[in-house]
Design a protein around this ligand. Structure first.
Ligand SMILES: Cc1ncc(COP(=O)(O)O)c(C=O)c1O
Length: 392
């Protein structure tokens, strides 16, 4: 391939990505970041192999920076550095896998309880870890059904309970109420239990909510996973997992080959993502993050109102930046990259999305609804079918 072909190819790929980045409004991914200052790091081997808190014989790491990122989240989640440990992961899914792994090591015969609103990756993780589990019904707003949870545990009180709670479910941004779960624990006098929080999106948002949901270490959680690329924003998926020190101590031996502790899921680990998170957190600070949260909530309120005026059934959970509404046509979902599940879609008002983009979507939805008025239900179904790829 000639030099020109390579540059031409890269140009095309960049243009396509810029356009696709501008268009989406249906996924929890912040758009407005600038990490140009970190470009020189791209020309270096960087590897944070093993435990961030133990050096390795391989010195090409950013573990000092990673420890500061962990320190920031430890503080945010009301924990002391002596009690809590963590590392920068490849994303929320890895942090959830890690939390479940620690729970299994603590209670090998434990039963995992999680709601049907839980992210799809968790089922796979439970399968990988070979953990017993029960799916609990969700309420209409996406929150776990506490009555179903209690009755499921009641018949298995002899077994340790592992609670996998959503602090912001994927489709509806629902928050499972830790106080209600703790009530069940007390009522059933459970002695052996573990609480993991999946705070993929809300981990960076809920600390600024008023009132603040209960989901931190002061409230007795055992571990938590947060995505980094979601609310902070990053060109490389990443996340943070934090757990009580005592759980981490159960795992991870020292490996002589790299002379560090093998306490993380993967061996080689990304050294760029700690830099990205660190830089973003330093630049924004708590005030910047709080501002972004407020702006996102205000935009979600605006979006919900606009959709309601249009006659669309739209709603959101308290303080949510996710607006849930009746699924529009597949064409519109594709154009605006809207996630859908059954009969609903959502818009997630992430930093970098503004009113203009929302208005643009509202106009498109409005004209679609007007066109639909003149069509029979059969015509609508036939048009939708035409959009399905042939291999279906
Ligand atoms: C509630 C929840 N958990 C976990 C994940 C997975 O996170 P990641 O994509 O960072 O692996 C998501 C992703 O959307 C999510 O919404």
């Amino acid at each position: 391939m000639s030099h020109l072909a390579i540059s031409e190819r890269l140009k095309l790929e960049l243009e396509r990505l810029i356009q696709k980045n501008e268009e989406y409004i249906g996924y929890p991914l912040t758009k407005n970041f600038d990490y140009q200052v970190l470009a020189p790091f791209l020309n270096l081997q960087i590897n944070n192999v093993g435990d961030p808190f133990t050096t390795s014989s391989l010195g090409i790491d950013t573990k000092n920076i990673e420890k500061e990122v962990i320190g920031f989240f430890t503080h945010l989640l009301n924990a002391s550095k002596n009690d809590v440990w963590g590392y920068v992961t490849n994303g929320g899914s890895e942090g959830n896998l890690y939390g479940l792994y620690l729970a299994r090591e603590a209670f090998p015969n434990g039963m995992v309880y999680y709601s049907e609103s839980t992210h799809y990756s968790v089922k796979k993780n439970l399968h990988l870890l070979n953990m017993q589990n029960i799916v609990i019904r969700a309420q209409d707003n996406g929150e776990i059904d506490y009555t179903d949870l209690e009755s499921s545990i009641t018949s298995r009180r002899h077994q340790p309970a592992i609670f996998f709670l959503n602090i912001g479910s994927t489709m509806k941004e629902a928050v499972d109420n830790l106080a209600s779960v703790k009530k069940i624990i007390k009522k059933l006098a459970l002695k052996n239990y573990y609480i993991h929080c999946d705070a993929a999106l809300l981990g960076m948002i809920a600390p600024f909510h008023i009132p603040k949901p209960l989901f931190d270490f002061k409230e007795g959680i055992d571990s938590i996973s947060i995505s980094g690329h979601k609310f902070i924003g990053s060109p490389i998926p990443c996340g943070i997992v934090l757990c009580k020190n005592s759980h981490k101590e159960r795992i991870g031996s020292t490996i002589s080959y790299v002379d560090t502790k093998d306490t993380t899921i993967t061996g080689s680990r990304n050294g760029l993502t700690p830099l990205i998170l660190w830089y973003a957190l330093k630049k924004m600070g708590l005030n910047g993050l709080k501002n972004n949260v407020e702006k996102s909530i205000a935009l979600a309120k605006y979006t919900e109102e606009k959709l309601t005026i249009l006659g669309v059934n739209a709603w959101r959970n308290t303080n949510a930046i996710t607006v849930v509404f009746d699924k529009p046509s597949s064409e519109l979902c594709k154009k605006f990259q809207l996630a859908t599940e059954d009969s609903i879609s959502h818009i997630i008002c992430m930093p970098g999305i503004d009113k203009t983009q929302i208005d643009h979507f509202i106009e498109a939805y409005q004209s679609e609804l007007e066109q639909k008025k003149d069509k029979t239900p059969l015509q609508i179904v036939q048009e939708e079918e035409l959009l399905w790829p042939e291999y279906f």
